[in-house]
Design a protein around this ligand. Structure first.
Ligand code: ZN
Ligand code: ZN
Length: 366
């Protein structure tokens, strides 16, 4: 059996990525060694590599991973979130981070803010723990990682979205409450926005309006349930955009607004598009931005709710896997991916392709 594996190491923005060989670890209780089959490049990986997002270095980037179990500890029987026994050869997905299940935040069912978490693809490598990111042949899953066994009839790369964007969308949908019959507005037609549109459609939202500057993305999001796609060009004034939304919503404003872009303009505009009792769910602001002011009286008199969503818990992760498995033939998920896959040796090229934003996701197959 092979006793080492290759991994891409990021050492700081502007520095070339290095392909290094790491010894395969001896498993401790609760740990699983996974052979990675696919790793999609997320926007947050691009932010890390460009230096927009600060991370402790060096690290192995990549967290939207699907792989098969290579090795399990010999003594213990491990199960997935559905109670299914895990075995070598099983195709699995897992949560972005480990959680202890015991700390203050874990007890509040916010495991993504566990006080002892390790975040795959965002944690530094060390002598003690190196194989912790997705742009690699193998990854070592630590105790406290929630796992779901996957249906191997579905192409593996389609599952890469479930442990990041789709679970975050499920957390946003949970926060939104009742979807059926609602008018929903999505700012940003990237991966989050597009998957959000699909989930809203499947839960019978009456109108789904999507706003984005990118025409191709707007075309795609309409295949994912969006009923009204609006291109936000530079010459489209905010007032005109708001008027347009009010016309679509018969002057009521949107019931639910999902901010998936993180763009400052979108956030300040979002508040002006909401109807009485509207909910604004903020998901896109995962990098530093300016303060945005709001008028508290407007929020009170309109009975608005504003909720921030960052990552997800196991409920959302299970919901994401279920949604994808149940809807695989209802939406053209494969259109979200660059058709050719890249090898580990071609990671720099894969990242360049991802930066063009021509595809929602570019996949590396180690
Ligand atoms: Zn991601
Ligand atoms: Zn914890």
């Amino acid at each position: 059996m092979k006793n080492s594996g290759k991994a891409v190491v990021f050492q700081g923005s502007g520095k070339p990525l290095m392909l290094r060989e790491f010894p395969l670890p001896t498993l401790k209780e609760g740990e699983i060694l996974v052979q990675i089959s696919q790793c999609a490049i997320c926007i947050s990986d691009l932010h890390t590599i460009s230096g927009k997002r600060e991370s402790p270095l060096p690290l192995i980037p990549g967290h939207e991973i699907v792989g098969t179990i290579k090795e399990l500890p010999s003594k213990s029987k491990l199960t997935d979130l559905k109670g299914q026994i895990l075995q070598p050869g099983d195709m699995i997905s897992w949560t972005l981070n480990t959680s202890c299940g015991k700390c203050f935040n874990c007890k509040k069912e916010i495991p993504q803010k566990c006080k002892h978490l390790i975040k795959y693809g965002h944690s530094p490598i060390s002598e003690e723990y190196s194989l912790n990111g997705g742009m690699a042949e193998y990854i070592l899953l630590r105790k406290g990682t929630s796992i779901i066994k996957l249906d191997n009839h579905i192409p593996a790369h389609l599952y890469t979205c479930i442990n990041c964007s789709l679970s975050t969308v499920m957390a946003a949908i949970h926060a939104a409450g009742k979807i059926e019959g609602s008018t929903a507005l999505i700012f940003g037609a990237g991966m989050l926005g597009t998957l959000c549109s699909a989930v809203l459609k499947s839960q019978k939202a009456e109108k789904i309006i999507a706003i984005d500057p990118n025409l191709k993305r707007l075309e795609i999001i309409q295949q994912f349930g969006t009923s009204h796609a609006i291109q936000w060009r530079d010459n489209l004034k905010t007032e005109a955009l708001i008027r347009h939304i009010l016309t679509i919503t018969e002057n009521h404003g949107a019931d639910l607004v999902f901010e998936m872009s993180g763009a400052e303009m979108a956030i300040s505009t979002a508040l002006q598009t909401m109807g009485i009792g509207g909910k604004l769910i903020l998901c896109g602001s995962v990098f530093p931005s300016r303060d945005i002011s709001f008028n508290p009286e407007t929020i009170v008199r309109n009975l608005w709710e504003i909720k921030g969503i960052h990552n997800y818990n196991t409920r959302d992760f299970l919901a994401a896997e279920k949604f994808l498995s149940n809807n695989i033939s209802n939406f053209p998920f494969s259109d979200l991916f660059h058709p050719g896959f890249y090898s580990l040796e071609e990671t720099e090229e894969a990242i360049k392709t991802a930066r063009t934003k021509k595809f929602h996701r570019v996949v590396i197959t180690p």
